[in-house]
Ligand binder design. Structure first.
Ligand SMILES: Nc1nc2c(c(=O)[nH]1)N[C@H]1C(S)=C(S)[C@@H](COP(=O)(O)OP(=O)(O)OC[C@H]3O[C@@H](n4cnc5c(=O)[nH]c(N)nc54)[C@H](O)[C@@H]3O)O[C@H]1N2
Ligand SMILES: Nc1nc2c(c(=O)[nH]1)N[C@H]1C(S)=C(S)[C@@H](COP(=O)(O)OP(=O)(O)OC[C@H]3O[C@@H](n4cnc5c(=O)[nH]c(N)nc54)[C@H](O)[C@@H]3O)O[C@H]1N2
Ligand code: SF4
Ligand SMILES: [Mo]
Length: 718
């Protein structure tokens, strides 16, 4: 028996795990009490880390048409499937879908962008457009860089206003904060407060000082009401680094609290009160997540969150919202060009490109619609769009019409069952781990690297090797060793480093060497010998519990990349959306709408095969308020037929006052009863797929993000 330490790769909280290893198995996982960031915190998912590796349904050999083959045969089949399509129809005929775990793997952080470049297709899709794309766009406009996202300074704030987030179950998102619940309780313990805005009484809402029920999709009205009050009552402070304030003042004029109160369901006096509290608090932070992004006005809502942070003087100050500085990034000031979208448009619906990708809500259109550049082949990497994207019933059908599909995924699931070839990567225990995405979103600066816990499995290539092989295939250079790709990426990473220092780079694996380069060049790095005390891969390897880099520090102006070098409070694109929002004030509202929810023991669609996480009572229920249940003659536990514009399903009703009247809630990521999958535990408790109801035709126009909350539905006993 031995002990090993490793960052948990299962959610954004980046907890340190202490693993007990017996020979070549992880027999226990618990929180690492000495970890500099998580201090021993672990959730039920992290505690099953070993069981995930041992899952008998996990693929250990590649599949071609469902049959196990050798790796050589599998890559030959990919080549035979992809090359003719690229040669005959061009790269546009091949689409890529990148799922959420790419943000949790080193191959995702280091090899996916080069693969996209090698392929040269504009048909790139990802889970970002069913998630956080509105935040990227609003931050792109405000700060000039869509990756410059401020996070709430949880550990120092006096007042936190949280909209559409449930970190008690999700453990936080776009704010990496191991033990998020503990950090929220600490706000209260030091005399501060937090307020939750949600159409459901979540576990987070139960712990809050106040819970405000809001009608789904209307947070932008609440926030504009707050902005209106800040100006009307002269509470707004305008920091000197902010420009284009006047247009916001003018737009806010149309949204007095009295006007928006009925729409969002929060009394005008409470809206004004929130504005006053935010302005008066010594420090305050407004934070929003899934419930503010996956809605029709997602980008405006995400923008207004930071408008309020800025106008209350809370941007870039301790206790407000701040920009983290990750160890692999430089943090140095650079002239900015600003941010724009629409460098190309989708072929069928003409939707603008954002951050190099197109909305996944239009992937089925691109597959189904004949014409030049029709999508005929699909590569999925760590994604399950058949359960996670809107009107997934339609996408499911579209996937069966593809000429060729290859999936890099450890499971034969609802999506990969369509793949001609499935390439399963090594499990997490045999991979190194560094959080390229989440260290840049952490509420405290820190660094951690976990080397592989077990030696490589000779029968299964590392995911970096798999992606390198795919790169060679799309480039028409198959047959070569993936080392060609690894060497080329290292050469590119080192292009600004004097040649005589290249020998300093260490690492036992291609991903480790690329990380070492990034760390040495990064904000805390050794500068390739210039700053001998600075960070290197070896230093991180010698610190298995991570290295604390201190509380967040102010980063304006260095963090800004706008053309003006200021925070640009309003751009014409957002002003136009605000106008659309104003027109929508008079819309008919009152029908039943559907929202989602997450449960502590779930992880989107893919961890329902771990017995410890699915035992107990059925969680895939349709929550409905007692008043609605009575009106519609629906009894607790009874089957109900739910229909929307996109489709229908039958779910079991759970009558509860945890949802507000007019709102029903169904979790996503279920529906494991499709034929051709190989996830035995999940199939025993399949649940239903809530994305059969979400509508691919309704999107947030600026970001292309899907609308997954506030879906109009009709309901009757089944
Ligand atoms: N209605 C509704 N829909 C939603 C949401 C919602 O709130 N409501 N949330 C949305 C959000 S926020 C997200 S992020 C998306 C997620 O959408 P997706 O990313 O499409 O789906 P996941 O369920 O995360 O599936 C992850 C896949 O990666 C595989 N996998 C796991 N680990 C690895 C690995 O190390 N390597 C590789 N190659 N594969 C791996 C799993 O087997 C699984 O197939 O769902 C979205 N869909
Ligand atoms: N246990 C668990 N943890 C996870 C995941 C998981 O599936 N399970 N998924 C991970 C992923 S990929 C992500 S992106 C994060 C998401 O992290 P969170 O956003 O914190 O998670 P959700 O539980 O989706 O919280 C969204 C909340 O928004 C509310 N809501 C819905 N519509 C509206 C609205 O219009 N306005 C407001 N104000 N609220 C609304 C919902 O009721 C819900 O409580 O969680 C991550 N962590
Ligand atoms: S909170 Fe997230 S990172 Fe921490 S143990 Fe749970 S799944 Fe892992
Ligand atoms: Mo997500």
């Amino acid at each position: 028996m031995r002990t090993a330490y490793r960052t948990c790769p299962l959610c954004e909280a980046a907890c340190g795990l202490e693993l007990t290893i017996d020979a070549d198995r992880v027999v226990a996982a618990r929180g690492d009490r000495e970890h500099v960031f998580s201090h021993g915190f672990v959730c039920p998912k992290g505690a099953t880390f070993g069981q995930l590796t041992d899952d008998p349904d996990r693929l250990r050999r590649p599949l071609v048409k469902g049959v196990e083959v050798s790796w050589a045969e599998a890559f030959a089949a990919v080549r035979a499937g992809l090359r003719p399509i690229i040669e005959r129809y061009g790269a546009q005929a091949v689409a890529l879908y990148l799922g959420n775990p790419n943000a949790h793997t080193m191959s995702g952080g280091l090899y996916v962008t080069p693969l996209i470049r090698s392929l040269g297709s504009r048909n790139v899709y990802s889970a970002s457009t069913v998630d956080q794309m509105p935040k990227h766009v609003s931050c792109g406009y405000l700060f000039g860089n869509p990756l410059t996202i401020p996070v709430p300074d949880l550990d120092r704030t006096d007042f936190l206003l949280m909209l559409g987030a449930n970190p008690w179950e999700s453990n936080g998102s776009l704010a990496t904060a191991a033990d998020f619940p503990g950090r929220l309780k600490a706000i209260q313990a030091r005399g501060g407060r937090f307020v939750v805005v949600d159409p459901r009484r979540t576990r987070t809402a139960e712990h809050a000082d106040e819970h405000l029920w809001i009608r789904p999709g209307t947070d932008a009205y609440l926030l504009f009401g707050i902005v209106h009050t800040l100006f009307a009552e002269d509470l707004a402070t305008i920091p000197e680094y902010v420009s284009r304030v006047e247009p916001v003042r003018e737009l806010a004029g149309d949204f007095p609290p009295e006007r928006v109160a009925d729409v969002c369901g929060i009394p005008a006096e409470r809206i004004r009160g929130l504005a006053r509290e935010l302005a008066a608090a010594p420090t305050a932070a407004v934070y929003g997540r899934i419930g503010t992004c996956t809605v029709e006005f997602g980008t405006v809502t995400s923008w207004l969150i930071d408008v309020v942070n800025i106008l209350t003087g809370n941007l870039d100050r301790p206790g407000g919202v701040m920009f983290p500085l990750a160890p692999h990034l430089s943090g140095a000031a650079k002239p900015g060009k600003g941010f724009r979208t629409g460098r190309w448009h989708s072929r069928v619906r003409g939707l603008p490109e954002v951050k190099g990708e197109l909305p996944v809500a239009t992937l089925a259109d691109e597959i189904e619609t004949p014409g030049d550049e029709q999508v005929r082949a699909l590569i999925t990497i760590a994604g399950n769009p058949v359960l996670s994207t809107p009107n997934s019933g339609r996408l499911d059908r579209a996937l069966s019409g593809l000429d060729f599909m290859v999936s890099v995924d450890p499971y034969l699931n609802e999506t990969t069952r369509h793949a001609d070839v499935v390439l399963p990567p090594t499990d997490s225990v045999r991979k190194g781990h560094y959080d390229f995405s989440f260290l840049a979103l952490s509420v405290r600066n820190f660094a951690a690297y976990s080397p592989p816990v077990l030696p490589p499995d000779p029968a299964v290539p590392d995911e970096c090797d798999i992606l390198a092989r795919l790169m060679l295939i799309v480039l028409g250079q198959d047959g070569e060793d993936p080392a060609v790709v690894h060497d080329e990426l290292l050469r590119q990473a080192l292009r600004r480093v004097p040649e005589e220092r290249h020998g300093l780079v260490t690492g036992d694996h291609p991903a480790e060497r690329l990380l070492d380069v990034a760390l040495r060049a990064g904000a805390y790095g050794d500068g390739f010998g210039e700053n001998p005390d600075g960070l290197t891969l070896d230093r991180l390897k010698a610190a298995p519990h991570g290295i604390d880099l201190g509380p967040l520090r102010p980063r304006i102006p260095a963090a800004l990349r706008t053309a003006s070098g200021t925070v640009e409070l309003c751009v014409p694109e957002l002003a136009a959306e605000a106008e659309r929002l104003r027109k929508a004030l008079d819309r008919e509202r009152g029908g039943l709408v559907l929202v989602g929810r997450r449960h502590l023991r779930s992880n989107n669609s893919w961890m329902h095969n771990v017995p410890a996480l699915v035992k107990g009572r059925d969680r895939c229920t349709l929550q409905i308020h007692p008043a609605d249940a009575e009106r519609l003659a629906v009894a607790d536990g009874e089957a109900v037929q739910v229909t929307s514009r996109a489709g229908g399903l039958v779910a079991r009703a759970e009558v509860t006052d945890r949802v507000m009247p007019g709102v029903v809630s169904l979790p996503h990521g279920w529906g494991h009863d499709l034929p051709g999958t190989r996830m035995a535990v999940a199939a025993e408790r399949p649940g239903v797929n809530s994305n059969l109801l979400t509508d691919e035709l309704v999107i947030d126009p600026l970001s292309g993000n899907s609308v997954l909350n506030g879906i109009p539905v009709e309901l009757k006993p089944a």
